[in-house]
Each structure stands twice: as structure tokens, then as C-alpha cells.
Write a protein that binds this ligand. Structure first.
Ligand SMILES: O=C(O)CCC(=O)C(=O)O
Ligand SMILES: [Fe+2]
Length: 446
């Protein structure tokens, strides 16, 4: 286990009233012995379960993979150069089967029935952007695509593990942004976002997702350019850590666009063609750094961290620290908390993907709430969102094969009736850029 993940696990276990540890061994479908470890602890108001699995033949050389036991158990083997390999343990009866019996040490938790289990996320396994794999083999793409299809169509999100973006790169960006947020207000405002350009710093309370009159307390820095208007003079090394992470995210996004096409039975390049200019002129994809400052007790009415919204583009990749607060809305409108799975990156659907796919992948509504517990509230939260947007001039019309016959537009028509999306009122989508600008006007209107 990497040292930072080990540190997080220790911290979580130490602050948990009770915890349990269950070690077991079994064999995988190829007959190799596997060491299994379940760690359960109380994290806020949920019982969190982390599942670690390792090939017990060679513990030194293996990469630990984290799996939630309520999900299908799938393992991505340590990525050999140039190849991706996913092994499924379904046939062993772990995935989707009965809950592992892990009562040891947890018997004393009387209130267990009142606690919710974090079971709402379907695991997506993933591949390695920092390695050499640009074009994974077709069978792997298909397998991951099937998982992603299920996760995005049912929940609008998935957790990606073994994605290949090193935790220390993420941490370096958190640190650089901390230093930026510590600068005097005047210095920060030198880099402020000036509409209609999306690049730049946005101070707490300026940007509002929520339609209600609620102040949203966060510092954000939207990074749309990697070569200008970055606070390198004030925070040494800012540009290099940000650029390196953005490039990894971009590589991951490119792989996912391929997987996404496969998940909808489209040609592999289908989405790549319309996302060919990320971080260049003509595309609004952006990496957003977020820092939510600590909030004292008692909670101030009318203040939140991030109001309810769906992201505007194709999809978002989100890295978050272990402070929590992110919640997602299910199709029954109920909000549930996203547990923290150390080292994972969350992918969630955006509005343009929902329009494109005729709501096969509905846009996920989400928010970041102020933690109830004073101890957690008094800590800051860091996250990094990588928003993947289509090239500006892309017309967003539902993919015909995902429409019913009755919905299919007449030939030559470029406006689109959109059954379930937020555009139902206006009925028309023109280009990705127009959609985005409309959303920015709403978000930044004071
Ligand atoms: O900070 C987070 O976890 C979420 C941020 C977010 O949803 C956004 O900026 O669109
Ligand atoms: Fe968001």
C-alpha cells in the first residue's frame, strides 16, 4: 500500500469509535492464491468498508487495488507496459454476491442499523495514463466500457481505480493552490477570472450554482491555459505541477472518450473527433482547483460549500481529499454521500453528454455540503475537477441510434428536441460553446 494511502487509512481508523479487520485468503479464477483484507470503520454517519486484494505469491511486486465489496469485484493487474489486463472475480461469487461476513470486532456497534452503507457507487476499473498505454487493447476497452455503461446509466458516476495518476502529483497541486490562497487578496485578484474568458481565479462567494440566495464559500482557479496567466512569480513551481497533472488528466480523459464510445457501440474515435483541441484555442476544457476554507461552529445559515448543480460538459474527473462533503442525487431525488475511496478518481456525467446520449447517461446533480461535525467542518477541503468539454463548434444533437424512431429529426434539421434534459424548456441546442456560455452567464450573475 502506498504510504499516503496507508496514512489516510490509519487516520480514519484512529478517529473511528470502532473498527474491524478481516483477513482471508482465496483463489482467483486462474487458481492463484489471493490475500483479502477488509477494513471497516465509522466515517461520519456511514460504515465505510475498504477492501484490499493482493496476489499472495509476490506481495512486494503487486499493486493493491481497492474495491467496495458491494460492487462487482474486478481487478486491474499491475499494468505491464503496453498492455492492460482486467481480471474478473465474478465467478468466485464475491461480486454482487452476499455481503462478506465481517462481524469481528464490529459486534458492539448497536446503532449499526441506523448507519448507511456506502454502496451507491459502481466500481470502474481503469488503466494507466502515465504508462505507455495510449490505445488499450479492444477487449479491455469493451470490458471497462460495459462497467462504465452500467455505472453511468444507473448512477451517473463511477470510481476509477488504477487510473495511473500518482497521488503525489495531486497533492503537489493542492499544496501549490494552498500557497496561492494564502496570498493577499490584491495579489490573488491579479489573476481573477474575467468573463467571457473562463481562465482565472474566483474568490469565495463570487460564483453561485445554487438558484437560492446562498453564499458558496470556496476559492477556485480555473486553468484553461497552461502557458500564461499562472501565478508562477508568486508561487514557485505552480506552473510545472499544474501542467504535469493537467496532462495526465487529459490523457486519462482521452482514454475514457474511447471507452465511452465503445460503451455506446459507437466507433472508437466518435468522441475523440469532437474533443481534439483540449487546452488549445477552440475548446473550453479546464482543470479547476478548489479549496473550501474551514468553517467555524456553529454553521452560518445561508452558507454552503458548493450549491446543487450538474456539470456543463461531457464528463468531469474529480480528485478529492479525505475531508468529505460531496453528495450526489439519485433518480429518486434523494441525496447520498459519496464515500472516500483513497486514491480513486470519480467520473461523473455532464449536461452535454446527457443531451448527446438522449439521457442514456443522465447528467449527475451534485453538491458539497458543510460537514455537520465541528471537527471536520473546521478543516479545509481540497478537490480538483477536470472538466472535459467538446470543441466549441460541436453541434450537440442526440446520437441518432440512441433515439426512438419518433424522436429522430427530419434530415437537414440541426435543432433538436431533447426529451429529458434541462433544455426541454428551450428545445434547442446549437453548439457546445453556446451552451457553456449560457451556463456561465447564470453561474456568474450576481
Ligand atoms: O469540490 C468538489 O468536490 C465538487 C466541485 C464541483 O462540483 C464543481 O466545481 O463543479
Ligand atoms: Fe460540479
Amino acid at each position: 500500500m502506498s504510504s499516503d494511502i496507508e496514512a489516510i487509512m490509519k487516520e480514519k481508523i484512529n478517529s473511528s469509535q470502532k473498527f474491524s479487520l478481516h483477513i482471508d485468503e482465496s483463489t482467483d479464477i486462474s487458481g492463484h492464491a489471493q490475500l483479502l483484507a477488509y477494513i471497516r470503520y465509522i466515517d461520519g454517519d456511514v460504515i465505510a468498508t475498504n477492501f484490499f486484494i493482493r496476489d499472495s505469491r509476490n506481495l512486494e511486486g503487486q499493486v493493491a487495488v481497492f474495491i467496495w465489496p458491494t460492487n462487482r469485484v474486478v481487478r486491474l493487474y499491475p499494468p505491464a507496459k503496453g498492455s492492460l489486463f482486467v481480471a474478473s472475480y465474478d465467478s468466485q461469487g464475491y461480486g454482487g454476491g452476499s455481503q462478506p461476513r465481517i462481524r469481528t470486532g464490529a459486534q458492539g456497534i448497536e446503532s449499526e442499523s441506523k448507519l448507511r452503507y456506502d454502496r451507491h457507487i459502481t466500481l470502474g476499473t481503469f488503466c494507466c495514463p502515465s504508462g505507455t498505454v495510449d490505445v488499450p487493447c479492444k477487449s479491455t476497452v469493451r470490458r471497462v466500457a460495459a462497467q462504465l455503461h452500467r455505472a453511468l446509466s444507473e448512477k451517473g458516476l463511477a470510481l476509477l481505480v488504477n487510473h495511473g495518476i500518482p497521488e503525489d502529483k495531486i497533492r503537489a497541486v493542492y499544496n501549490a493552490f494552498d500557497k496561492f490562497c494564502d496570498l493577499p487578496e490584491d495579489a490573488r485578484n491579479t489573476y481573477r477570472r474575467i468573463s467571457p474568458c473562463n481562465h482565472g481565479y474566483v474568490s469565495p462567494g463570487t460564483e453561485r450554482f445554487s438558484r437560492e440566495h446562498i453564499e458558496e464559500m470556496r476559492h477556485t482557479f480555473n486553468i484553461c491555459w497552461l502557458d500564461r496567466k499562472l501565478p508562477e512569480a508568486e508561487v514557485q513551481g505552480f506552473q510545472s505541477v499544474v501542467t504535469s497533472l493537467a496532462q495526465d488528466f487529459q490523457k486519462l480523459a482521452t482514454l475514457l472518450l474511447r471507452v465511452l464510445a465503445s460503451s455506446l457501440d459507437l466507433q472508437a474515435e466518435y468522441f475523440l473527433h469532437s474533443h481534439s483541441n483540449m487546452f488549445e484555442e477552440g475548446n473550453e476544457s479546464c482543470m479547476r482547483l478548489l479549496y473550501y476554507p474551514p468553517l467555524g461552529a456553529p454553521p452560518t445559515p445561508g452558507v454552503t460549500r458548493c450549491g446543487e448543480h450538474a456539470d456543463y460538459g461531457t464528463f468531469t474527473l474529480l480528485a478529492q481529499d479525505c475531508e468529505g462533503g460531496l453528495e450526489v442525487q439519485a433518480s429518486n431525488h434523494r441525496w447520498s454521500r459519496v464515500g472516500h475511496l483513497p486514491g480513486s478518481i470519480l467520473i461523473n456525467t455532464g449536461e452535454l453528454l446527457a443531451s448527446w446520449t438522449n439521457a442514456t447517461y443522465p447528467a449527475l446533480r451534485h453538491r458539497v455540503v458543510v460537514p455537520e461535525q465541528p471537527k471536520i467542518r473546521s478543516k479545509g477541503r481540497h478537490s480538483i475537477a477536470f472538466f472535459v468539454h467538446p470543441d466549441n463548434n460541436t453541434p450537440i444533437t442526440p446520437i441518432q441510434c440512441l433515439m426512438t424512431k419518433a424522436e429522430q429529426p427530419s434530415p437537414n434539421s440541426c435543432s433538436v428536441k431533447n426529451r429529458k434534459s434541462h433544455h426541454a424548456k428551450h428545445n434547442t441546442i446549437y453548439t457546445a460553446y453556446q451552451h457553456l456560455q449560457m451556463r456561465f452567464r447564470e453561474t456568474y450573475a450576481s
